[in-house]
Each structure stands twice: as C-alpha cells, then as structure tokens.
Write a protein that binds this ligand. Structure first.
Ligand code: INI
Length: 156
C-alpha cells in the first residue's frame, strides 16, 4: 500500500505570503515566524514574496491573484481577526476563511490558512510565538509540505 507525504524540504520552492496590516503588532510576528521557518527549511530569500493588504478581508483577493499567477508553489495567508463587540468579527473572519479555502480548491495551489480568529489580544499573542505556539511557523511548514505533496499527487 503506497503511503506518501510531502517532505519538509523547501529547496527550490517559490512562496507568496499575503499578510494583513490590520492588527500589525500580531501579523508582523506571524510573518517573521513564517519567513524564518521557510528559510530554515531551505527556501531562498529571493524565492519569497511578501504582499501586504489592508485587512484579513482583503487577504483572499490578493491570494487569488498570487495563486493564479503561476509564479508560486504555495501561498501563505496571514491575518489576525480579534473579536470586538459587533458582528464585524463574524463577517471578516468568515469572509477570509471561506475565501481562502475556496481559492485553494479552485486553483489547486496550496493556499495556507495562517489567519488567527481569536477572542482577545492575549489569545492572539500566545499564538504568535507565545505559550500556544507560532501559527506563522506552522503555516510555513504546511505550505512546504503541501507544495511537495502536490508534486507527488497531481496528474498534470
Ligand atoms: N481586519 C482584520 O484583519 N482583523 C480584524 O480584527 C478586523 N476587525 O476587527 O474589524 C479587520 N477589519 C478590516 C477588514 O479586514 C477590511 O480590511 C475592511 O473591512 C475593508 O474591507
């Protein structure tokens, strides 16, 4: 029975990171972790493109452009949606989540969900290199694994 996994070897892969400026004190930490993890796994700095967008709601738009460009083996989406007192959270978080998932399925390019959807700043910080890990690093690893798995599985 064949069992395959994407290797965590980034050599030769080209990655686009789309990052939201909203809550930049969190998203910059996630970006730093993602960039470090990509380099740690062998991706050259010149093979990583960073695209800033206003907020998480705009992340899928830019991710869609990047995924369809043919220039990247994976797209990493980074944002931080922090719950406030209004329904805005649900719309922004829901829009980003649905959009990112749809682009991945429609394009076949790995589009990785590195968007925090949390109740407060404390939860965000603990997931951006604090006690609950580093979602930026995790997103980078997921991107490499999926880009390599795609090469093993896809028909074209
Ligand atoms: N964008 C975020 O990335 N995080 C948030 O927490 C957030 N909140 O809370 O409103 C947020 N809103 C902006 C949104 O992403 C768009 O940039 C804006 O609505 C313009 O389309």
């Amino acid at each position: 029975m064949p069992v395959i996994e994407g290797a965590l070897d980034g050599a030769g892969l080209r990655v686009c990171i789309v990052v939201a400026r909203w809550n930049e004190f969190v998203t910059r930490k996630l970006l730093d972790g993602a960039e470090s993890a990509l380099q740690h796994r062998g991706i050259a700095k010149d093979d990583v493109t960073v695209a800033w967008v206003p907020g998480a709601f705009e992340v899928p738009t830019a991710a869609n452009w990047a995924a369809r460009s043919g220039r990247f083996d994976a797209v990493i989406c980074i944002g931080a949606v922090i719950r406030g007192d209004t329904a805005h959270f649900e719309y922004v978080a829901g829009g980003a989540t649905e959009g990112i998932g749809r682009i991945a399925l429609e394009t076949g390019v790995p589009v990785i969900f590195g968007v925090l959807t949390v109740d407060n700043v404390e939860q965000a910080m603990s997931r951006a290199g604090g006690k609950d890990g580093h979602k930026g690093e995790e997103a980078a690893q997921a991107a490499i694994e999926m880009a390599n798995l795609r090469r093993l599985l896809r028909a074209d």
